[in-house]
Design a protein around this ligand. Structure first.
Ligand code: CUA
Length: 342
């Protein structure tokens, strides 16, 4: 989690310190964090107590000859007293205490489970997330917005992510906002998140998914309701046509090259027929407004954009996009065009 200045929509979002699971920023993540800390605290107390008793026991027998270790130094008046002391330790420490701890943890777990919805709650914003091996596809069906590798959500409202996948199993995890859930090719799973504060959050892929598993970031931006609405309306329309001769030439390169087989720029090219198809690539309608490229692999600078256009698999191993068969001039024009799609 880095320092956050102005967001892509121009809205200023407060800086969010490194947080993740230990700094929950929503009610669901908070419930999980509370349970974690309760279990950690109980475990720590019990561990310390057991170690203390162990040390005590060892010290009491320290000065005895080895052969005498088996004998108790309680100085029993009779074997019956020893037996009753031992039985008390076993019943209290081995039965009663574990039972109390398990009941407390079980009750707390049930409470946390109730706080974590497994289906979309009433009033939730629905967002479809399609996992691809090397990127994330995001649709806002009610708002008719499509984007990639960035997830905008409104603050203070539950968001139901309908996860599916075209060709891979990723596990989407936004540590600061909630749990993690697999995106599976053969169905839809629902991950409910909620952010209480504006901020940006990094995600982790929590399931080994092959090459570049560690670089499957999805930038999550929580914005106040109005800023989110502004973002939606800016994304609902095609980007303004980039101006300048290089960008205009780049548009021609884009439309006549192989780019449009997988990528769409709304207003100029049709999206590939089946968006969930594993042949499709990220929607590029507003690509210049994104913070990163290739699912948070490189920053979205003209230099990195050029590297990606030239040969994406050299930047992120295994990426399906073939190296561009274009001249240096054509690549420069293409970068000028794509870099202008705000
Ligand atoms: Cu996706 Cu690991």
């Amino acid at each position: 989690m880095g320092t956050v200045g102005a967001t892509l929509t121009g809205t200023v979002v407060p800086t969010v310190a490194a947080a993740g699971s230990f700094g929950p920023e929503g009610p669901i993540a908070q419930a999980m964090a509370d349970l974690f800390w309760l279990m950690t605290a109980l475990g720590t107390v019990i561990f310390v107590a057991v170690v203390a008793l162990l040390v005590l026991g060892l010290r009491r027998h320290r000065d005895e000859p080895v052969g005498a270790l088996a004998r108790s130094r309680v100085e029993p008046t009779s074997p019956d007293v020893t037996r009753s002391l031992t039985a008390r330790w076993i019943v209290l420490g081995g039965v009663v205490l574990p039972l109390v701890v398990i009941v407390v943890v079980f009750a707390a777990t049930l409470g946390a489970m109730r706080a974590v919805p497994t289906a979309a709650p009433e009033g939730a914003l629905h967002i479809e997330v399609v996992a691809h091996q090397f990127w994330w596809e995001i649709h806002y069906p009610e708002q008719d917005v499509t984007t990639a590798n960035e997830l905008y959500l409104p603050v203070g409202r539950p968001v139901a992510l309908e996860l599916t996948s075209s060709d891979v199993i990723h596990s989407l995890w936004v540590p600061a906002l909630g749990g993690k859930l697999d995106a599976l090719p053969d169905g839809t799973t629902t991950l409910v998140l909620q952010a209480d504060e504006p901020g940006e959050h990094e995600t982790e892929c929590a399931e080994f998914c092959g090459l570049e598993h560690a670089r499957m970031g999805l930038l999550v931006v929580a914005e106040p309701e109005q800023a989110f609405e502004d973002w939606v309306s800016s994304r609902s329309a095609p980007a303004a046509e980039p101006t300048g001769t290089a960008a205009e030439r780049g548009r021609e390169v884009f439309l006549r090259s192989d780019c449009t087989r997988c990528h769409a720029v709304e207003g100029t090219s049709e999206p590939p027929a089946d968006r969930a198809d594993d042949e499709s690539g990220p929607d590029l309608t507003h690509v210049a407004s994104r913070r990163t490229l290739l699912a948070d692999t490189v920053p979205n600078t003209p230099e990195d954009l050029e590297r990606v256009v030239r040969d994406a698999s050299a930047v992120k191993g295994g990426v399906d996009m073939p190296a561009a068969e274009l001249s240096d001039q054509e690549i420069a024009d293409l970068v000028a065009y794509l870099g202008g799609l705000q």
